[in-house]
Write a protein that binds this ligand. Sequence first.
Ligand code: FES
Length: 140
Amino acid sequence: MPELPYSEKVMDHFTHPRNVGEIINASGIGNVGNPICGDVLKLYIKVENNIIIEAKFKTYGCGAAIATSSMVTELIKNKAIEEALQISNRMVAEALGGLPPIKMHCSMLAEQALKAALADYYKKQGKEPPFNIKEKHNNL
Ligand code: FES
């Protein structure tokens, strides 16, 4: 099989993923699966004073899924909830120096897990999330 042209950053985050693990008593947990391949990502966030102070993940998936999971945890750390809400799969892929077009769908796991974790956080606060978690994505 020919090798896919992964950027150095993708390879770095795939081989040395940041923030692997789980957070006990997480403020929010997002657990999502990719319907195309069956890969899964569980993302944990710890929020204090509206800031995401910690993020961890566990991914069962391809190299692109692991690299994007790792990168999304780095992108959301120390961000306000409102800032984290703006992060899209494209932003995660761009922060990794891009992904081959056929692997862009893998980056959706990161965005969807983030949205699911934020929705869980809002629900735990007794609030409605200010976005639709089931919203269709056109960012691929
Ligand atoms: Fe499943 Fe990449 S092939 S997320």
